[in-house]
Design a protein around this ligand. Sequence first.
Ligand code: DP6
Length: 328
Amino acid sequence: MATLSTNPVSARAHTNIALIKYWGKRDEELIIPYTSSLSLTLDHFYTDTTVQFKSNLSEDQILIDGQQPTEKSFQRVHQFLGLIRKQAGFEMPAVVQSVNHVPTAAGLASSASAFAALAAAGSKAAGLQLSPTALSRLARRGSGSACRSIFGGFAEWQRGEDDLSSYARPLFQEKLTDIRVIALTVARGPKSISSRQGMKLSVDTSPYYPAWVKTCQADLERLKVAIDQNDFSQFGRISELNAMRMHALTLSADPDFTYFNSQTLTIMNLVKQLRHNGVACYYTIDAGPNVKVLCQQSAVAKIAATFSKVLGEKNVIVTKPGPGVQYL
Ligand code: DP6
């Protein structure tokens, strides 16, 4: 039999931080969320992925950061490649090499940048020419937050009703451009409960989940107005509020859980103290103990100096808005 292969294709995608959080799936297989969300793609942290399909392989060959992935990660990537193969109409296995440029110290999740880069490189290697919307829908199937990393700057994931209507789109590219996100690391290593498990437990058991769905929509609308008006303090206030409302779903789940540790709480208080002293800054926190501080360029030096004293300089990383997915 002739050996068929496609050309290797490499893509880079940056990670994103949600300001209005995605926390809960209405459809777990298709990854359709209960609520829309809004994020900022960050310049500092990205994943580079190369994909090539080859008929002479017996199964997918996957290397992540130069290592064989765990069985669980292998299956997740393998299933995702299956979606691409189905769209392309062939069965060829693939060679995938993925390198995460997310400093371990940043404590940021890499599944958003990883699946956005894999969607872009894999679909092109398979000969599919997907529009940005179709690429966002595909990335969503790997990890919900990945659908937003297709785009640079602010991106809104419109929850939609089904596979066709649930995708992200870029918005407000010229607004709040001096925004900065300072990633503060308080802990490394894998989290005790993944965001996938954590959001499911919240949906299934928190009596406040219906209230989250309702307030999230209102938070999103208010945040969009704040961005459109370049109103940083409203922007920060609403982002912080929405993050805390998400974390309230973990505390009210059964069994209850939290992503915070004692240092998370210390940092939250320090941000509030800085704010009290006239430094405009707010925090947001994902499914882990690390804190991201939202501020404007003019306040970076003061905030970075404050937290470097507490956490050490290497645990304080300043990032700014980053680009959408690109081919290398
Ligand atoms: C707290 O996108 O990692 O970061 O769709 O199950 O892969 P899956 O979840 P994932 O969850 C992200 C949760 C969050 C909020 C957000 O990014 O919107």
